[in-house]
Design a protein around this ligand. Structure first.
Ligand code: 1PZ
Length: 215
C-alpha cells in the first residue's frame, strides 16, 4: 500500500480499492479501506491547500487505524467486524460520552465513514449536474445532509468557507483522471446499491435507524 503513495491519482483506482474491501463473507477489510482513504487524501490535496485542514484530519484518523492495525492487538483489526467485536468485548469504546478512548477504532472509523457518505452525496450531485452547476453549492448541500449534522458550529463555518474555494466542475472531472467528462459520468453512474457496496458497508442496518448516527 505504501508504494502507491506517489502514484498519480485516479478515481477509478480509488473506487476499485474500496470495492475490494468487501471480503467473501461480506466483512470489510481494513487494509483496503485505509488504502482507499489514502487515495481520497491524494485527491483532496490535488485540489489545493485550502483543504489541507480537512485532509489533515483525515490523515490523522487514517493513522489512528494504521497504528491499531500494526499494534499489539493488530490481529483484531483485520476487518471492521473483528475490530468492533474486539473493542466492544474489551470495553475499549466510549459508548455514552467522551472519555477514556478518544482514539478507538470504532469512533475513528465512524467519523471517516460519515465523510464517505458526504462523498457519495457529492459525487451523485456532480454526476447529475450540468455545465453551469456550482461545485460549492453541490458540496455544501451534500455536507448539510451528512457530515454537518455531526460537526459543531466552528467546524461548519470553516468547512463552509473552504467550499468557496472549490474548483469548478470541469477541473474536478479532470483531476479525477478517468478521461472525458462523459467517461467520468459513466463511472459514477452505477446504481446506488452497487455504490454502497463499493464503499464497503451497507449504510443502514436492518430495522432501526442508521448506524452513522451513533456516538
Ligand atoms: C474536496 C473538498 C473537500 C470537502 C470535504 C467536505 C467535508 C468537510 C469536512 C470538514 C472537516 C473539518 C476538519 C475536522 C473535522 C473533525 O472535527 C471531525 C470530527 O472528528 P473529531 O474532532 O470528533 O475527532 N472529522 C470528521 O468529521 C472527518 C472528516 C474527514 C474529511 C474528509 C473529507 C473527504 C473527502 C474526500 C475527497 C474528495
Amino acid at each position: 500500500a505504501v508504494s502507491t503513495e506517489d502514484q498519480k491519482f485516479t478515481l477509478q483506482e480509488v473506487l476499485d480499492t474500496f470495492k475490494i474491501c468487501l471480503s467473501e463473507n461480506k466483512e470489510v477489510l481494513l487494509e483496503h479501506y485505509v488504502a482507499g482513504w489514502r487515495g481520497l487524501v491524494r485527491f483532496m490535496n490535488s485540489l489545493g491547500s485550502v483543504f489541507s485542514f480537512i485532509s489533515k484530519d483525515a490523515v490523522s484518523k487514517i493513522q489512528i487505524l494504521v497504528n491499531l492495525m500494526k499494534g499489539e492487538g493488530g490481529a483484531n483489526y483485520l476487518t471492521i467486524q473483528s475490530m468492533v467485536k474486539y473493542e466492544m468485548d474489551n470495553q475499549l469504546v466510549d459508548l455514552t460520552k467522551k472519555g477514556s478512548f478518544p482514539e478507538s477504532g470504532c469512533r475513528t472509523l465512524l467519523r471517516l465513514h460519515r465523510a464517505l457518505r458526504w462523498l457519495e452525496l457529492f459525487l451523485e450531485r456532480l454526476r447529475t449536474s450540468t455545465d453551469d452547476s456550482k461545485t460549492s453549492a453541490m458540496c455544501s448541500e451534500a455536507y448539510n445532509e451528512s457530515l454537518a449534522q455531526y460537526h459543531p458550529w466552528i467546524i461548519r463555518k470553516a468547512a463552509g468557507t473552504a467550499f468557496w474555494y472549490l474548483p469548478g466542475r470541469a477541473v474536478f472531472f479532470d483531476v479525477m483522471n478517468v478521461g472525458s467528462p462523459e467517461q467520468v459520468i459513466h463511472l459514477l453512474a452505477s446504481g446506488p446499491e452497487q455504490r454502497a457496496d463499493r464503499f464497503g458497508v451497507a449504510k443502514r442496518s436492518a430495522g432501526s435507524g442508521n448506524w452513522l448516527d451513533m456516538d
